[in-house]
Ligand binder design. Structure first.
Ligand SMILES: [Zn+2]
Length: 380
């Protein structure tokens, strides 16, 4: 079987759509107006991805406030926030360029999603002629909605975590029921968990093992056959062409991450200084039997944070090197991250989100062609 390849999920939203999110926050347009523009951008994303030959497509997350907040708010500014949440939660991440992203704060129970990702899958399946995948958010990210210290009166942390796992399980199951062939779970907080950033208290609390255990509470509800198609995505962040945790030694995460009983991993690597070391670590720590499923390592061969387009030759060479460390039957190719995980993302290194959208398609084409070349050379 040729080396499989898959995108993470997001694409830059067209500038017009980004402005419309702002217009909704400002009360200048209605939710229906915004939805019409989301649908238009989603359709364009699917058609353009299919034109590159991408075997499994997404809508580029054009309908989502972000990869992390789609279940609980319509916009990043908090328009359409779900029940029992306030806007002033903890920082999710502080990025290297100084900007930050903040989560809402849970004020009471019960915790419930207002939007499930299957809504997007249903719409996308009507447009796509290729298979459809969907990225969903990990429970380990949303556990940060609960205040770091103390308990919410009348809604214990344990009750919240139980409700959260139920919602995430439902999110994944509903995506498959709506026709997604793959569901990947975004786990960008994994590497950040070892950052010890004094400005962002949760990163100093040694939470990586808690994150992994919580995620496994959800993964363990699925059969090995189901988990073959449930992935985990890791990266050091990717927002406004900046990262949040690239300086954290990767081994701290990679030595633990494969404890998650996922069938595949979408692993940032192209932007690492020492890519071969990452292949080595993935070869060393990934498992050929994670409670009944072999873990496939989709290595990042494309950096979505830079406008320079990788060549197919480069992609091929990266994969050939990776194949020295990772068994080829457990090797795949991906991009380091989504191309724009948050709905307001100006892509400053690219000059504009519209240009970044064009660049993303060229980069994806290079990944597809380079993966094809590597498969040929490896005789798979
Ligand atoms: Zn990412």
């Amino acid at each position: 079987m040729p080396i499989p390849t898959e995108l993470v999920g997001s694409l830059p939203r067209p500038e017009k759509l980004q402005n419309a999110y702002q217009d909704l926050d400002d009360g200048k347009i209605t939710w229906e107006d915004l939805q019409a523009l989301q649908d238009e951008a989603a359709e364009d994303s699917i058609k353009r991805l299919e034109a590159t030959g991408e075997p499994i497509v997404t809508d580029g997350e054009q309908r989502e406030s972000s990869f992390a907040t789609y279940p609980i708010t319509d916009t990043l500014a908090g328009t359409g926030l779900a029940d029992n949440l306030a806007g002033d939660g903890q920082f999710f991440a502080i990025f290297d360029d100084g900007h930050h992203r903040q989560l809402p704060r849970l004020t009471g129970g019960p915790f419930r999603y207002k939007t499930f990702a299957s809504e997007f899958v249903e719409k996308n399946r009507k447009i796509a002629t290729h298979d459809v995948k969907q990225a969903v958010i990990a429970p380990s990210m949303l556990m940060l909605l609960y205040p770091l210290e103390g308990e919410i009166e009348g809604y214990s942390r344990d009750q919240f975590l139980a409700d959260l796992c139920d919602e995430v399980e439902k999110d994944i199951r509903q995506c498959f029921a709506a026709g997604a062939v793959r569901v990947s779970v975004d786990f960008t907080e994994g590497r950040l968990a070892n950052k010890n950033d004094a400005r962002n208290p949760w990163t100093g609390r040694n939470m990586l093992q808690d994150f992994i255990d919580l995620n496994n509470q959800v993964f363990d509800r699925f059969s090995p056959e189901e988990r073959r198609n449930i992935g985990i995505h890791t990266c050091p962040g990717g927002d406004n062409d900046s990262v949040h945790s690239k300086e954290v030694p990767y081994e701290k995460l990679l030595s633990k991450m494969f404890e998650i009983n996922a069938g595949y991993f979408l692993i940032q690597c192209a932007s690492e200084e020492d890519k071969e070391e990452v292949y080595r670590l993935c070869g060393r720590y990934s498992r050929d039997d994670a409670n009944g499923v072999a873990q496939v390592c989709f290595m990042g061969v494309i950096n979505p944070l830079t406008p320079e387009v990788e060549t197919a030759e480069q992609v091929k060479n990266d994969l050939l090197t990776a194949a020295k460390h990772i068994p080829v039957e457990r090797l795949g190719a991906t991009d380091d991250c989504g191309f724009s995980p948050f709905s307001r993302d100006l892509k400053p290194k690219h000059g504009s989100p519209d240009f970044a959208r064009d660049v993303a398609m060229q980069k994806i084409s290079a990944r597809l062609e380079g993966t094809r070349m590597a498969s040929e050379e490896l005789g798979v």
